[in-house]
Design a protein around this ligand. Sequence first.
Ligand SMILES: Cc1ncc(COP(=O)(O)O)c(C=O)c1O
Length: 305
Amino acid sequence: MKLPTTGIIWMNGEFISWQDAKLHVLSHVVHYGTSWFEGIRAYHTKRGTAIFRLPEHIRRWERSMKIYHTTLPYTGHEMEEVCKEVLRRNNLSAGYIRPIAWRGYGEMGISPLGCPVEVAVAAWELGAYLGEAAERGADVCISSWNRLPPNTMPALAKAGGNYMNAQLMKMEALRNGYDEALTLDVDGNVSEASGANVFVVYDGVLYTPPVADSLLLGITRDTVLTLARDLLIDIRETLIPRGMIHIADEIFLAGTAMEINWVRSVDKQPVGNGTQGEITKKLKTRMADITHDGIDPYNWLSFVS
Ligand SMILES: Cc1ncc(COP(=O)(O)O)c(C=O)c1O
């Protein structure tokens, strides 16, 4: 994800230039990873620019902070309007929106409570997250790093510090020539990818790990489950043992940046017959109806103008 060098960022209530969006080196977040963020996509649909599932993202953002006894100093509605305005001010008809809140400069020490809550929203253009692997299918590995067990750091919070674990997975995958990593929970069941949820098709049934399996409750995960239910696909939210990954008919990753990306191999072994599966294709088509054609039966699009 290459960042631009110019543009407008909203920070603590003001629209400022890209270069001026700075924070102090002694901010709590720099030392202790104290941040909560979202990743949201806007699409250039046939009916105009629309942000996908904006209220759900803002709600999850607030919930991520709640786990850490922190409140967003703006209403959800205000933040939704800021997201739209950031797109407009950067002349983006599609792109990736990054709202982030953090504990700033105040006190130094483990407790963040004496440090102010600061907030920013930026946006930029974003193509396929895994580049050419979007078309050809992703080559993934099973990471040697486990996902965070539930009573260590809550995976349900989209918190900056959690991504130290994800970075280890991702770097290991890239170093070994893979596009992405799947990670296991401490018991050896498949949890998620470094920045996306995972789905497995086995004998026509769509499986995904349950909420308690050390994962982020992805909004795309919910989207996929909703679309699958309406396509009358049999769904199971259940533990997926590692072995199932090797005998799956189809595997795909699902996330806002990732969208739906099929997996062609795991640890160098082809998934199914090594081509994109039918259930994956059906779900991608239903997604495109919404994000490309602007057909919106679920009320998931927030139009920007
Ligand atoms: C660790 C992790 N899991 C899952 C997801 C997918 O979540 P969503 O579909 O809400 O983007 C993300 C992306 O934000 C992520 O970082």
